[in-house]
Ligand binder design. Sequence first.
Ligand code: FES
Length: 342
Amino acid sequence: MTSQVKVLPSGHTFSAGAQETILDAALRQGIGMPYGCRNGACGACRCKVVSGDFAQLDGYSSKALTEQDKAQGYALLCRAQARGDLVLEANEMSGSRDIPIKTLPCRVEKIERIHDVAILKLKLPVAERLQFLAGQYIDILMKDGKARSFSIANAPHDDAFIELHVRHQPGGHFSDYVFNTMKEREIMRFKGPLGSFHLQENSVKPIVFLASGTGFAPIKGIIEHAIHSGLTRPMTLYWGARRPADLYLRELAESWLEAVPGFRFIPVLSDALPDDGWQGRTGFVHQAVLDDFADLSAYEVYACGSPLMVEAAHRELTTGRALPGDAFFSDAFYLSKDGTKP
Ligand code: FES
């Protein structure tokens, strides 16, 4: 049985299956309900049920939802399932400014090295989940008091871990540490989510993604969120790199071709050698977009990676391809010596 849930005062509606929590259903459909732990501990998802039946599942903290809360018609959405159509009252998150920024410890659960990129999976304390919008970033707080910024590479629904992609910059303080010293189970601290680079959920425009290098990370998060949300907007991903090995998750990007109707993936190499046997596109990644599109006036473009690429894409797509300035969204990686954003 599927129920319809209406949220006041926004009037947004979403459907909720009997076997999923109301919070999961809302997030799956891009409704920005507030949450913290997603396991009944923190109370951040508590909201008033104005009308309708629901089941409050066991396994929540009596501090997160008290007997008095229940008597007054409140529910913990991360531990509740709809049993009919519902009307809720909740303060929805409409953008990155609405999401609380937290400073949290995390454990390095897994380090996977692919070519010169380390894929870190960070685990939060049991009672914490990080609410974020796909495409945002976190600051890793170093022991020397400095912060290193990294985009979140997973989608918000897939939040058991925070995934970061760290390119090795020889001589770089943090990336050298990740490649040479960091061990699994190590504890770090971070602050986030940060940044305003995220999918514009209310738009229906087709999307062009432009990534260079590990600029793929936040775009991966956005695409996985779009897939999970059932987004039907056509999406084209251009991923620029120097040589084939630099497309460090190329098979994942290729798998989206099968999984997502209307998805196109165009890898572009700038420094392929004859030995690479590269048969695909070559040159600068933003040039490939210029070559393929005569008119981008009806599109949105999301660009992430080197400042040179992002700035050239913005300049040339807005002036040469009629892309509206407010349809260009970007996150440029201004590299410090250690290879991270400042
Ligand atoms: S998100 Fe923490 S109690 Fe629901």
